[in-house]
Every structure is written in C-alpha cells, then in structure tokens.
Design a protein around this ligand. Sequence first.
Ligand code: SF4
Ligand code: SF4
Length: 341
Amino acid sequence: MYYISQPNLLQLLAQLKEDYQVFVPVKSGEQRYYKEYTDAAGDIVIGEVRPFEPLKAFFVRAREIVAEDFKSDIPARTSKPLAIVGVKACDLKGFKIQDFVFSDHDYQDPFYINNRQTNLIISADCTLAIKTCFCLALGLKPYPQEDFDLNLSPIETGFLVEVGSEKGQLIINKFYSLFENAGKDLINVKDEQRFRVIKEVENNIKAEDIPQQDEFTGMIERNYEAKLWEEEAKTCVECGACNTICPTCHCFLLYDQKHRKRSSRLRIWDSCMLKDFARVAGGANPRPKLWMRLRNRFEKKFDFFPKVARIYACTGCGRCIWACPAKIDIRRVLKKLTENV
Ligand code: SF4
Ligand code: SF4
C-alpha cells in the first residue's frame, strides 16, 4: 500500500496527460460529473460518491461511427487512450456485464475491447453515500475490490494507493518519487472511513426496507403475471432514461447515414423501454404494452443475467431512481417482487 499527497496526485495527473486523455470527477452544485483534466484542479472530487454519468459512456459511446463506406476496416481513432480517475465500485461492477456482452463471446466488439485494453482505471473509495445508494444489497462494498489498475482511498492530506494490476504497478514504478510507503496509522484511517460509509449505505437499506440479493432468486418467474407491472408502468413516460443512465444497460441500434459522398454506419444507445425497440419487419412487436417492456427490463436484470452470467445486472448505484421522471423506484419494485412469495 502506498501514499500520495494531494499536490503529488496533481503532478501524476499532469504526467499521465502525456500518454492519456485524463478524465476526473468534478462537482457542480450537488452533482458530480467527469471532465477532462486540464490544469484547473479546484473542483476535482476524487472521493464522495459516483458521478452523474455511468462509466460505460467511455467504453461504448452514446453515438459513434463503427464503419465507413461499407468497408470492413475499423475507423481509426486519433485520440489517446483514456485514463479515468475516481471511478466507484458500483460502476466497476458494470464492467462484468459489459464484458460479458461485448468481449466474452464469439462476437467480439473491437471498439470495446480496444478501449478496455488501453485504458487506465484509477478508482476511488466512496467517502459518503447519498440517499439512493444501495450497493450493499447487491453484494458490493462502497469501495473498489477488483477491476482497477490503481485505487485511491482519500484521507485528509492525500490518498492511500492500492495496486490492482500490472499496469497500475508500472505507473507506480515509473513515477516512484511521487509515492511513499503507507504507515499503519493511515491504513487505520482508511479502514475507519470505509466502515463509516458502509454504515451509511446500511442505513439507506434499512430506511427503504430494500431486500438483499439473496432474496431475489425466482422473484421474476413468481411475479411474471402479477398486476404490479401494470401498476408500476402507469406513470412511465417512455423516455428511456432508466436505461441510458444505467452502468449495466448495453443495448444499441445500428443505422446508416450519408453525408456528402461518405456513408457511415453509426451505433447509438437504445432503450428496451421504447415501443419500437423489439419491433420487427412487418410491424410485429413481442412487447407492445409499456408494462411488458418494464417487466422485460427487470427480467433482463434479475432473471436473464443471473441465468446466463451468474450475476444480477444491477449495481445498486441508484441512478435510475434519480433519473426517472415518473418516480418509478427500483427499490420499491424489488420490495414488491420479494414480498410476493
Ligand atoms: S438498474 Fe438502476 S440502480 Fe441498478 S445499476 Fe442500473 S441505474 Fe443503477
Ligand atoms: S426513466 Fe422512468 S419514465 Fe423514463 S422510461 Fe424509465 S421507467 Fe419510464
């Protein structure tokens, strides 16, 4: 375990800019979002809680060109690989789903794989929980345990640094003068902070009476014909925000576009809540009703993924609760699903 002071971390970020496009979380009002690191360090928040946008936005862009002029060559990328700093545990779990979809199958997505191989992930512990955080119910801790290159645990004067990969160790070796070995007293401060944030998330779970993932087995099958889908879907305005904001949702749409003499194939994020999502040629639609699409969203996360990948496709990040204009709260739906045994 290493220690890096705040000024040295800024020096490290400045050095990393040589090889990477560096993104850091910054705060504006009550919201946190990623911003490219320049030299303005004032508004960076490495700790606190997850940013507004999900990590997937860096790996599968909301809109990107995937082919040009119907050639099979991969369009060249000119930008440097990404170094993303301050990534939280709930977003790292999103990798498990995104990896399963985009790289662990016969069909391998070259854009995703390239991004995953070249990027540097410097994650960070949460130092507080907001009311919508319920990661513990999904078996996660509010601090990263895997899938990072380096992890930062913010403490008063700087950060404890844990190495999570060979790539992370190479960064430590290259910029060794910026780091020190961490003493036991600092490690105790980190452990106490982690314990405090766990308590905050536990309090959220208690206050909202959120079920634990052990109780999820079979809940979708048991409730497949239940009235709750229609009841919950009543207020939905079919905006798709719950999908686009979610770190595990991954569905996309391909379309072609002509611009002057060039033809491009583009990929954009799609949403299973939208009526045309599953519509096929001839107009047939297996999920014509909105409540069927809401049920499908939960079925995919809590029945399909545990069956095919042994994981629930939810990280407890709470973004969909915050984003839904219809106040459809995943915590309430999970409670209804587990109560109905
Ligand atoms: S379903 Fe909601 S709480 Fe779960 S990972 Fe997606 S946005 Fe976060
Ligand atoms: S965010 Fe809410 S209103 Fe929008 S599609 Fe999802 S459930 Fe419906």
